[in-house]
Design a protein around this ligand. Structure first.
Ligand SMILES: Cc1cc2nc3c(=O)[nH]c(=O)nc-3n(C[C@H](O)[C@H](O)[C@H](O)COP(=O)(O)OP(=O)(O)OC[C@H]3O[C@@H](n4cnc5c(N)ncnc54)[C@H](O)[C@@H]3O)c2cc1C
Length: 305
């Protein structure tokens, strides 16, 4: 989603996040891609969720976290002002950033490529050994090898992944046309995010939020759900589940659903329309677009060595 979610982190993750924030700002300038200071708004729909935000704001100070009443939340996230909205208020995290990954990643590669760095795209690495990377195009000799295969560490270095208990999870994103001509500049986090990000989750009120969600929709906790959106300008919803979790059940139709699009939208007491077919009575119909395809960086060199 391109959300550089710095402020809600905590501990060592927060140190890394501040450092990453500076790097993104510098890289955007050097590589010439846009970086938006579009911030984050965390919306609160219950007194306990407001409590989380109040505790978090008291700890971090107004430079990082500014509390918003309902009208203030609606200025940044217009659906909060709808008559049917159950949003009570929110918090504005002014230091969070956003990039468009589809623009940023090719720009990041283009800069070193223009200075003679050779990229070998679309090439599977089968193994890494001392001084050599064994690829589907042949072996590459190297004096230094940086391994950055992300979660695929469990394929490339299964023993290391097992030693550290690496567990895959599934994060799904859905891109939809925004309802009406609404524009949402900041990233929007919800009560679920309060349980996910360390800074929010460490507050005393977070335990109450967890109990509320347990009463309301326990299956979403089993799924380790986070529900958030960014707008660019289409709305991108995302939610996460561990990959071992059974397919989620749509709360409207009680059928299994491939995606949690039937969760309630922030600012609405009703579910958004649901991919599993039902949509539920009174659901908010949002016209769906397929998630746009990502431009592939062009190979600088695809020759084998
Ligand atoms: C839908 C979605 C939305 C997200 N939104 C956000 C967000 O808004 N903000 C945020 O901070 N994070 C977000 N994330 C998480 C973020 O994408 C990851 O944390 C991040 O990409 C991890 O970076 P990485 O470089 O470690 O690994 P990756 O980005 O996974 O990169 C690893 C690369 O290595 C390649 N690779 C792996 N194994 C091999 C092999 N054997 N041979 C050759 N190549 C190999 C992979 O193809 C991949 O290109 C999102 C994730 C998803 C799925």
């Amino acid at each position: 989603m391109g959300h550089i979610c710095t402020t809600p982190q905590t501990g060592r993750a927060l140190d890394y996040a501040w450092s990453a924030r500076e790097k993104w700002l510098r890289l955007a300038e050097q590589a010439g891609f846009e970086i938006s200071r579009a911030d984050t708004v965390v919306v609160a729909r219950t007194a306990a969720e407001l409590g989380v935000l109040e505790e978090f704001a008291a700890e971090r100070g107004t430079g990082e976290v500014r509390l918003l009443d309902r009208a203030g939340t609606a200025r940044l996230f217009p659906p909060a002002g709808d008559p049917g909205s159950d949003i009570l208020g929110g918090a504005h995290l002014a230091l969070d950033l956003r990039v468009d990954p589809r623009a940023a990643i090719p720009a990041l590669a283009a800069r070193p490529a223009s200075r003679g760095v050779e990229f070998v795209w679309n090439t599977q690495v089968g193994a890494v050994s001392e001084g050599a990377v064994h690829t589907a195009r042949g072996d590459l000799a190297a004096t230094a090898i940086v391994h950055a295969a992300g979660h695929d560490i469990d394929r490339l270095f299964p023993v290391i992944a097992e030693e550290h208990g690496v567990r895959r999870c599934r994060l799904q994103m859905m891109e939809v046309a925004p309802p009406g001509d609404i524009r949402i500049e900041p990233a929007i986090l919800t009560g679920y995010s309060m349980l996910r990000y360390g800074g929010l989750g460490a507050t005393a009120s977070a335990a109450v939020v967890r109990r509320e969600i347990t009463d309301r929709a326990p299956e979403t906790l089993d799924a380790v759900m986070n529900l958030m959106l960014t707008s660019a300008p289409t709305v991108r919803w995302s939610s996460a589940t561990p990959i071992t979790t059974p397919a989620p059940i749509c709360p409207s139709t009680k059928k299994t659903s491939r995606i949690w699009c039937c969760a309630k939208a922030p600012g609405s007491s009703r579910p958004v329309s649901c991919r599993c077919g039902g949509g539920g009575a009174g659901s908010t119909r949002i016209r769906r677009r397929p998630i746009s395809s990502w431009p592939r960086p062009q190979p600088v060199s695809a020759s084998s060595r």
